[in-house]
Design a protein around this ligand. Structure first.
Ligand SMILES: Cc1ncc(COP(=O)(O)O)c(C=O)c1O
Length: 286
């Protein structure tokens, strides 16, 4: 669930009261979940890798056949919303909707508080439950209408997967392909450490090209760690020395149980800690 709204800026209106509704009931974003969005981390009032998120928003909009996002307009909204909240750590969402029939599109920037308890979760590690998608590992990429790798506002399936994982006593879900290949989590990418090398599912599995994933790939290279992207049966993760997830909001989150089995030493491992430190260092440099 998004945290408390701290600021909202809407295209054509600028900074507005976040408690006031701004979407039209006949916007296809509302009626059919056909809109593109981005979620970014804000560190001390500064959005992390805004340009890269705007590029991904553009790619999502293209697949959804929405008008190209007004990048300058959205950047102005980000400045207005973040100017209002000051030097906080927060979550920033950018949403681009088709608007009412015939347009024009709507865009807004919403700043919310960070979810509670992220650092406590990171210190303890989380449990994942694997949930199978009824689709082969290569079919998602070959079927653009499945919107694999697209950040559309149709996230109800992802949220339902998180609910199912919680019912199974876990904190989050891990999506598997029909063959049992590890894909990604509903709102994060997944990684594992085996024989000292980092592994993460490849983008041609139709997973989201996570901005955090990209930051960590570069950081791992700089640190001289071996990194491999590929297609991995989920059993490799269960047997790994470490598993962790990566996302803008939760950053690097160690996984200590997978489907009830203990992962590695059963506590957050050194590589996850190293990657979290590298992510924070990248944010501090940006
Ligand atoms: C399905 C999915 N995979 C991965 C990610 C991680 O992406 P990022 O690192 O850009 O936040 C997200 C983020 O929301 C996601 O929804």
């Amino acid at each position: 669930m998004p945290g408390d709204p701290l600021a909202l800026a809407v295209l054509g209106h600028g900074l507005v009261d976040p408690a006031t509704p701004w979407l039209r009931a006949d916007d296809e974003a509302v009626l059919r979940g056909r809109a593109a969005f981005e979620t970014l981390r804000v560190y001390a009032g500064r959005p992390f890798r805004l340009a890269v998120h705007l590029e991904r928003l553009g790619r999502s909009a293209e697949v959804l056949e929405l008008a190209a996002p007004d990048t300058d307009g959205l950047t102005g909204l980000v400045e207005a919303a973040l100017g209002h909240v000051g030097g906080v750590d927060a979550v920033l969402r950018l949403v681009w909707t088709p608007g009412a029939a015939g347009g024009p599109p709507t865009g807004f920037a919403l700043v919310t508080a960070l979810p509670d308890g992220l650092d406590a979760m990171r210190a303890e590690g989380i449990a994942l439950a694997s949930l199978q998608l009824a689709i082969g590992a290569t079919a998602r990429q070959a079927s653009p209408w499945l919107l694999a790798g697209v950040k559309s506002t149709s996230y109800a399936v992802n949220m339902a997967a998180q609910h199912e994982a919680r019912k199974r006593g876990a904190d989050d879900a891990l999506f598997l392909s029909l063959e049992g290949t590890a894909l990604e989590c509903p709102t994060s990418n997944v990684w594992f450490v085996e024989a000292g090398a980092l592994h993460t599912p490849a983008l041609d599995l139709g997973i989201l090209a996570g901005v955090t994933r990209d930051t960590l790939l570069a950081a791992a290279g700089d640190l001289g760690l071996d990194v491999e992207e590929g297609a991995y049966p989920h059993e490799r993760l269960t047997a790994a020395a470490e598993v962790f997830t990566s996302s803008s909001v939760r950053e690097v989150m160690p996984v200590v149980r997978l489907d009830g089995a203990v992962v590695g030493a059963g506590r957050p491992g050194p590589v996850a800690a190293q990657m979290q430190a590298a992510l924070r260092a990248a944010a501090a440099r940006s």
